[in-house]
Design a protein. Sequence first.
Length: 156
Amino acid sequence: MAVAGLACASAGNKISGREACVIAARDSEFVGFRPLYRDCAVDQVARFVSTDAHPNFRPESRAPMCYSADLEFVVDSLGRPEVGTARIVRTNSESFARAELETLQAWKYEPAIRDGKTVRQLVTAHQTAAVMVEVVPAGSGPPSPSHAASQRPPTC
């Protein structure tokens, strides 16, 4: 799983990049009454550590071989995703994106750090899944494990 932050650009003026990086009006619902920062406003970004959860997702028929979803949410100062802030930014399969959102509470992060303290950070996570379909002749059993291991899933 890769975690990608939101892009921030400096206008080239005397304001430092960190000070110029502000939460956009569209993200104001995330702020609440607690400070919130983008990746470009922290000294160390929130870093994905692990999850034990796997999405409960079954590919749709006639669906793409590769599924992807960009999810946006707040990681709190303890490294836990704030599930209530999660939203789907972009996806090629709503059911895949919803399945990923359902696992969010099990994700673990190292929290972002700003001025030596852990802080809340707005994070964008890009999730992908490659689906490999193998057609076998009618009446035959499933492919052997060695045959399945030799097949490579599509790259997304």
